[in-house]
Design a protein around this ligand. Structure first.
Ligand code: GAR
Length: 210
């Protein structure tokens, strides 16, 4: 099975979706470790509940982002992941770390990238008057939320939506999107070559709609 390291900062519902999919055999993977930059992250509890090693490293006490990341990723590397999954990991990762893990690190982002990078994506979508919104799973590259997109899920924006309602609708689709994308990796179907996504050995013309 594919060995995963999962990074999460908060609630951990995407981590839970992965844990559940692994437990019921829908995802041929094993979570080798869960890592958080926040001790209070619910993701840590969810991991421990499932018998998965969980580690928190607080950025406090590190003189720089680079030093924090070096330490955190030395712990990540120690579990020998095939793939590093940022599932609600809310901290920027230094270029040096990202650059040496190209093609082995993915992120789920709550928008239809390249639209609405960064934070508050549901507010951004409402403000822009979008009629469609969603989530993306992409390779992590040094450009924030700018790496090649592997797969997306779309949701309609409804007239009476506020950010919370829209966000809930997106989150419901994030979980199956992330699990299905991970299964592409588990079955060896997805890869990154020259900054392009390949599926089954063919370059992907557009993100998969899942
Ligand atoms: C998810 O909506 C995820 O897409 C988003 O944070 C939430 C985490 O929820 N990620 C980002 O915004 C990354 N910049 P979760 O902790 O319940 O999985």
């Amino acid at each position: 099975p594919l060995r995963l390291a999962v990074l999460a900062s908060g609630r951990g519902s995407n981590l839970q979706a992965i844990l559940d999919a692994v437990a019921c055999g829908r995802l041929d993977a094993r979570i080798a470790g869960v890592f958080s930059d926040r001790r209070s992250s619910q993701a840590l509890e969810r991991a421990r509940e499932a018998g998965v090693p969980a580690t928190a490293v607080s950025p406090k006490g590190f003189a720089s982002r680079a030093l924090f990341d070096e330490h955190l990723f030395s712990l990540v590397d120690a579990v020998h992941p095939d793939l590093i999954v940022c599932a609600g990991y809310m901290r920027l990762i230094s270029d040096a770390i990202v650059a040496t893990r190209t093609g082995r690190m993915i992120n789920i982002h709550p928008s239809l990238l390249p639209a609405f990078k960064g934070l508050h994506t549901h507010e951004q979508a409402l403000q822009a008057g979008s009629t469609e919104h969603g989530a993306s799973v992409h390779y992590v590259t040094p450009e924030l939320d700018g790496g090649p997109v592997i797969a997306q899920a779309r949701v309609p924006v409804q007239a009476d939506d506020d950010a919370a309602r829209l966000g809930t609708r997106v989150l419901d689709r994030e979980h199956p999107l992330l699990v299905a994308t991970l299964q592409l990796f588990a079955s060896g179907r997805a890869s990154l070559i020259d900054n392009r996504v390949y599926l089954d050995g063919q370059p992907l013309a557009a993100p998969l709609m899942l």
